[in-house]
Design a binder for this molecule. Sequence first.
Ligand code: MF3
Ligand code: CO
Ligand code: CO
Length: 286
Amino acid sequence: MSITLKDAHGIAGMRTACRLASELLDYLTPHVKPGVTTNQIDQLAHHYMTQVQHTVPATLGYTPPGYIPYPKSLCTSVNHVVCHGIPNDKALKKGDIVNIDVTVIKDGWHGDTSRMFMVGDVGIAAKRLCALTYDAMWHGIAMVKPGAYLGDVGHAIQRFAEGQGFSIVREFCGHGIGQVFHEEPQVLHYGKPGTLDKLLPGMIFTIEPMINAGRRDVKELGDGWTIVTKDHSLSAQWEHTVLVTETGYEVLTLSSGSPPPPAFVQAQAAGSLPAALAQPASLAQA
Ligand code: MF3
Ligand code: CO
Ligand code: CO
């Protein structure tokens, strides 16, 4: 087995699927507020995917080896839930932070993205964790260009997040994606520069760091899916699907509601930092 390189047809299919995944999060955004249950968000998403977008919810019935079928059309991971939280009938409340992770399939291609949402006013520590995790994801993205290594991506995320006193979950990682939901390579969110796979144009993978306010250790709940921090500290995650281009990267999971890249990425794209090669096409057109 090896890493698939997407041709022009595959890249076009992935651009569409990934934009739709991001647009689904845009659609859900105004609904994420106190009093709404995560099951209601799941139902809204399911309807929007199947009736409006004509996409397929990739998570519904998804059954990797060793797992039971995932029962919902998205994942909602609240507060100390790290990932794979299953929507339920509990209402969100002011001060919660929730990751909503969606994967849509369009014409056989998978688009995978997640964002953090703050429910009403949230505490300063929770806000900081969400913001830092977003920047950590972008530190990884900014390393992507042909000839760079996956270890460079993981190292950039680790150096930044641990440097701020936060910890990185190691049991889950980003992944290659295309006609298959989870394919090679594994994209670790920690590592050493110059190690692991060398990046080539046409590779498409996710970068989706999970970062904890406390210790990095996690455990699985009895439902067979939900992952929580062992110490019950808050956890945050952001996810983009990224294409390796001839000169750098293109973030595929963008839409009008995507938060802007952090200032250090915009500066890099404008050529004021040495790594100007890693220019996102989306910014180049701006
Ligand atoms: N979307 C998740 C990811 O980023 C995977 C969720 S699988 C599920 O890879 F079954 F839990 F939904
Ligand atoms: Co993913
Ligand atoms: Co995802």
